[in-house]
Design a protein. Structure first.
Lengths: 170, 264
């Protein structure tokens, strides 16, 4: 089996990239770039290791670089700046829109960890490997991501009176 | 902090939510959540987030792979070492065998010998093709997007390692697969679909040692509505079924064989 086995992962990469970028066209651009990169580096992939995780690594490197370079031009960034309440007409599933908006407002570094762990169900160690960061960083980003989401979503979104840290120390 | 067990921290709660908590730690976390309701609420909300994200992910339907993506990969493939090289001999033999409608790779009877009736599994394959390919909503049990899981699951149930060949080069993507009844082991069906909605199935049967139908033959049989190319190799029986022009189905069969037995 050669490089063509990458193709069987393309649908999953595209689906995941849509959550990551929040935009279908941007997602496909990212996957296209990832495939080009994977082909250029194909000789570096070691057969027998997980191909999907390797592709995910390439995709996240590209994504995080782009997010850094294009922060001002990024769809998420513009969402970050909007503070007015939801104005989508006829939103089909209000709670789902809220979720998407909350994800979109997360900084890319938090969003990647949250999605890798929650959606792709990688272990913390695998996510650390894909992102090239220590596992402790994965845990702290995951925590910040989930707490930010909690603050942005739902009726309990308001800051709880006592910070979480105190509860643990008690 | 005066507890004798290691204190429960946020990492434990995340691991609990993500199903990554070690079994030894689970009782302590559960006890902690029972006595710290506000933390239980927090963990429940994290869990709800996780479920909502997975639900959102499941509803993404990116559609057929854009041509530019396929092309990017196939360009590289032509530059790389072709697996074709190793399979070239098999491919040539296959083409000849198919063209003559005869035994292949040539270990069986002389030309002109009447062909034996197709083994029973080929009829099962054609039947399964006829039953499942018209399905629009439930053509497969496990989607091709979960290919690794699909192949592992079917391999476990059939008791032998299986592979789902990639037919992307021919415009067919893996829709998924399903488990079907059979003896002594269940059978597997992989389903493929091209951009025009035409479907092909690869049906796999496994046989107990010495119980495979005689001969290593590569043959085709046409029934109403479909044609099946079938062969038996290493105790596996394969049937590739579709309603396609014979030459096209033959090319698919050649690809399947080349991927399953690249060294032959």
């Amino acid at each position: 089996m050669g490089v063509e086995q990458i193709l069987s992962h393309v649908p999953a990469l595209r689906r995941y990239a849509r959550l990551l970028t929040g935009n279908a066209a941007q997602a496909d651009d990212l996957v296209q770039d990832t495939l080009e990169r994977a082909c250029a580096k194909w000789s570096l992939w070691r057969p027998g290791t997980a191909l999907r995780a390797w592709l995910m690594t390439l995709m996240h490197n590209l994504y995080l670089n782009q997010a850094r370079d294009w922060r001002l031009d990024d769809g998420h960034a513009s969402l970050e700046q909007t503070d007015e309440p939801s104005h989508e007409p006829l939103a089909r599933a209000p709670e789902m829109i809220d979720l998407q908006r909350a994800v979109a407002r997360l900084p890319p570094a938090l969003r990647t960890v949250l999605l890798l762990v929650s959606v792709e169900q990688y272990t913390y160690a695998e996510a650390a490997g894909i992102l090239g960061v220590p596992i402790g960083t994965v845990m702290s980003r995951l925590h910040r991501a989930r707490e930010s989401m909690r603050a942005m979503m739902g009726p309990q979104g308001v800051e709880s009176p006592r910070p979480a840290l105190e509860l643990v120390k008690k | 902090m005066t507890e004798s067990t290691p204190p429960i921290d946020d990492g434990d709660l995340h691991a609990f939510v993500d199903g990554q908590l070690g079994p030894a730690r689970l009782p302590a976390v559960l006890a902690h959540l029972r006595t710290h309701p506000e933390q239980a609420v927090r963990a429940a909300e994290w869990h709800a987030q996780r479920c909502a994200l997975r639900q959102w992910h499941r509803t993404q339907e990116p559609g057929p792979t854009p041509q530019a993506m396929t092309a990017a990969v196939l360009r590289r493939r032509r530059r790389g070492p072709a697996p074709w090289a190793r399979a070239a001999a098999a491919v040539a033999l296959l083409a000849v065998g198919v063209a003559l409608g005869h035994f292949w790779p040539g270990v069986a009877g002389p030309a002109g010998q009447p062909l034996a009736p197709a083994p029973a599994f080929v009829g099962d394959a054609a039947l399964a093709y006829a039953v499942y390919t018209p399905e629009t909503r439930h053509p497969v049990e496990v989607s091709g997007s979960e290919q690794d899981h699909l192949v592992q699951w079917l391999s476990r149930r059939l008791g032998r390692p299986l592979h789902a060949p990639s037919l992307q080069d021919h415009g067919f993507r893996l829709l998924g697969g399903r488990l079907l009844p059979g003896a002594p082991a269940p059978r597997a069906q992989f389903m493929y679909e091209d951009g025009r909605g035409r479907r092909a199935t690869l049906y796999v049967a496994v046989f107990a040692d010495g119980a495979a139908p005689g001969g290593t033959a590569f043959r085709s049989v046409r029934k109403a509505g479909s044609e099946s190319f079938y062969w038996i190799e290493d105790g596996y029986g394969y049937a590739l079924s579709a309603d396609l022009p014979t030459a096209e189905l033959q090319a698919l069969a050649r690809e399947v064989y080349g991927q399953l037995y690249p060294a032959r």
